[in-house]
Every structure is written in structure tokens, then in C-alpha cells.
Design a protein around this ligand. Sequence first.
Ligand SMILES: Nc1ncnc2c1ncn2[C@@H]1O[C@H](COP(=O)(O)OP(=O)(O)O)[C@@H](O)[C@H]1O
Ligand SMILES: N[C@@H](CCC(=O)OP(=O)(O)O)C(=O)O
Length: 393
Amino acid sequence: MSTHNSQDDGNSESQNLKTRAQMARSQRWVVKIGSSLLTNNGQGLDKPAIAEWVAQIARLRQAGIEVVLVSSGAVAAGMRRLGWTVRPHAMHELQAAAAVGQMRLVQNYEQEFQKHDLHTAQVLLTHDDLSNRERYLNARSTLTTLLDFGVVPVVNENDTVVTDEIRFGDNDTLGALVANLVEADVLVLMTDQNGMYSADPRNNPDARLLSYLPAFDSRLDDMAGDGGALGRGGMVTKVRAARLAARSGTHTLIVGGRLPSVLDSVRAAESVGTLLYADCEPKTARKNWLAGHLQTLGELVLDDGAVRALQHKGKSLLPVGVCAVSGQFTRGDMVVCRDLNGAEIARGLVNYGADEVSQLIGTGSDQIEAVLGYVDEQELIHRDNLVLVDWKD
Ligand SMILES: Nc1ncnc2c1ncn2[C@@H]1O[C@H](COP(=O)(O)OP(=O)(O)O)[C@@H](O)[C@H]1O
Ligand SMILES: N[C@@H](CCC(=O)OP(=O)(O)O)C(=O)O
């Protein structure tokens, strides 16, 4: 199969190699191993393959690279252990399988890493842990402390407690948010294909392997298909994850986990897999957190003046620029800001609850006290707590 670089935006093969060389020299990587790979297409955990990936990660550690491992496979391993051949639909059964399988998973990693004198730590995260400012900060300091001590954190979603509404579902998204969390330089998504192709290679034998594209290239949306029977999101969630990661300046590499010594190849800056590069400047940690904060509880519609103030003047959002409000939110919650056409332009942490904002629509900041009887802040959303959708703020 031929490979493909993005030519029309001026990125040449030399840029590709340059970015790969820069990635190879970087210090902190998040490596995600997907379900379809880990379970060898449903045959239970592929232990020899796990041993091989662990050996590769150990070599990265020896080279001074800090690695956070995000590993799927709990549900599949649990199903195997319980003798189930078909993935259940009922949430409680999936959660039971995950609880059983997670034990198998970490047991394997602990055993294998021990052979290389490396300690592991199990870190199970939920959406709430990353969307709550305090828990986010705790998760961040635990992970960075583990890295400081030379431990390899093994992260998965805390499947046994999450409900449908708040689950990541796929570990690509979790990997990207963990990359945001620890400010990783690289997110490596290891999967069962050798990278991302121009179409799903399972159904399109002529599909081309993509080599180097910006994560925000809109053509990726047409080329990304769904996942296989065991994986969750296919390339759709990998592209989405690359975009989340790019918001904090992290490059994403989608590579074939079965390629021999693939992580060594990445470290040698070889042109393996698909590099979806970040072409925006790294954000501060707080903005990263905001960008990855997926759960929003309300919406504000802004007039044209407010949109301009946010997009072009670097201003905070004032109540005078708000035309409509919806949703149930309180002070400190995340809300989406839309223009009059309904397009999302920003999201941020709001200083007033939904009822208060309803009363403040169109009000000058000097009138807040007169309307509410008190004033918390002059702004509805302070600039520091606001991230524009194009992330150029
Ligand atoms: N454009 C594409 N290029 C490569 N794979 C694709 C593409 N579109 C869809 N896929 C599918 O995505 C699958 C990998 O995703 P998934 O099954 O979710 O695995 P993982 O568990 O590794 O996340 C591949 O097996 C492939 O069938
Ligand atoms: N948390 C789940 C993983 C979900 C999943 O399969 O994700 P992915 O590997 O991205 O397709 C598990 O451990 O089974």
C-alpha cells in the first residue's frame, strides 16, 4: 500500500521527519494499547504481546523517557475469564466483566514490568475525576509523582462505577485527556492496523496509509471509520483524541502494535504509522484542563459584539453581550458559548448560576448589584477561565 503525506498545506516529507525527530527526543509519552490489539481479536489477553510491549516501554524508560500507559482490555479479559463468548449489552454485566478483567490485566503488567525492575501503579479514572477541578489536580499530582519516582502508571477507565452518560467509552479519549493532564509531548495510540488509512482497510484493500497530517485536517473525518468488534471507537475516536491532544500541543501517532519493536522505531524517528501533528502552541495547564473538560451544563448565546470581543480582543464575557441562556448550571460549572447562528465559539467556567444569568441578560456590569442585590464578579466568564474553539486565544 502506498503512503500519503499532506502536500497541499505545504508540509513536506522533511517536515514529517523533523517532527518525528522532535518527538523522538521528547521526554514524556502517553502510550495507549487498544482492546482489539491486546486481546488478539478476542482470544483473551495476548500475554506474549504484552511481554513484548512492556520490554519496549522498559527500553523507553532506560532512554530517560517517562511513560504513562493507558491500557484497555479489562472487559475482554473479564469476558474470557467468565467464559462469555459474546460481549454483553447490559451495563452491569459489562461492569462485572471489567472488574474481573482489570485484575488479570494489571497482574500481567505488574509481572512483566517486574522483570525489568520497574514498578507499576494502577490508576482508574472516571470522567468526573477529570472534570472536577480539585480531583483533576489530584489526579495530575499523583501521576506526575509516580513518574518522578520512576513508576509506570497503568491507566484505564474505572468501568465498574461509570454510567452511560459520563463514560469515555473508548480509551482513545481517555489517553488524550491523560496526555493533557500530564502535559505529555506525544500520544502513541497502538492499534491493530499499521496506522490510519484513507479508508477502513478491513473493507477497502486499496486504502493508502496516511503518514503525516495536521490533527485538525477536516479530510480526516471522511476517512475515519468505526471500530472492529472488540474495539470501541475505531479511527473516529482516534482522530477526536488527536484533536484533544493537539490542544495542549501534543502530537499523536497512530501505529500498529504488532509491528516489531514499534516503540523503538518511534524513538528512532522512523516513519512508522500516522502522525497527526499539533500545529498550535502548547496551552497552560489550566487551559488544557478547560479544553478537555467535556461535560457542559448549559449554553449562552452571544451577540455579535460579544463574539468579536472574545475572538479578536481577548476579552472576558460580560452579561451585556448575552442574548439567551439555557441549561441547569451553578457558579463554577462549564458552559458553551454560541454565536447567533448556533456555532460554538468558546466554553468556560461561569461565575453565576443559570437563574442569575437569566436575570442578567443584556445588563451592564455596573448594574449587576442592582439586578441581583449582590455582585460576585463583573464578568460572566473571566478570560482566564475561557477557551476559544479555535484555541488561538
Ligand atoms: N481509516 C481507517 N484506517 C484504519 N483503520 C480504520 C479506519 N477506519 C476504521 N478503522 C478501523 O478501526 C479499527 C481500530 O480501532 P478499534 O477497533 O477501536 O481498536 P482499538 O481497540 O485499538 O482502539 C481497525 O481495526 C479498523 O477496522
Ligand atoms: N475500559 C475498557 C476499554 C474500552 C475500549 O475497548 O477502548 P478502545 O481500546 O479505545 O477501543 C476496557 O478496559 O475494557
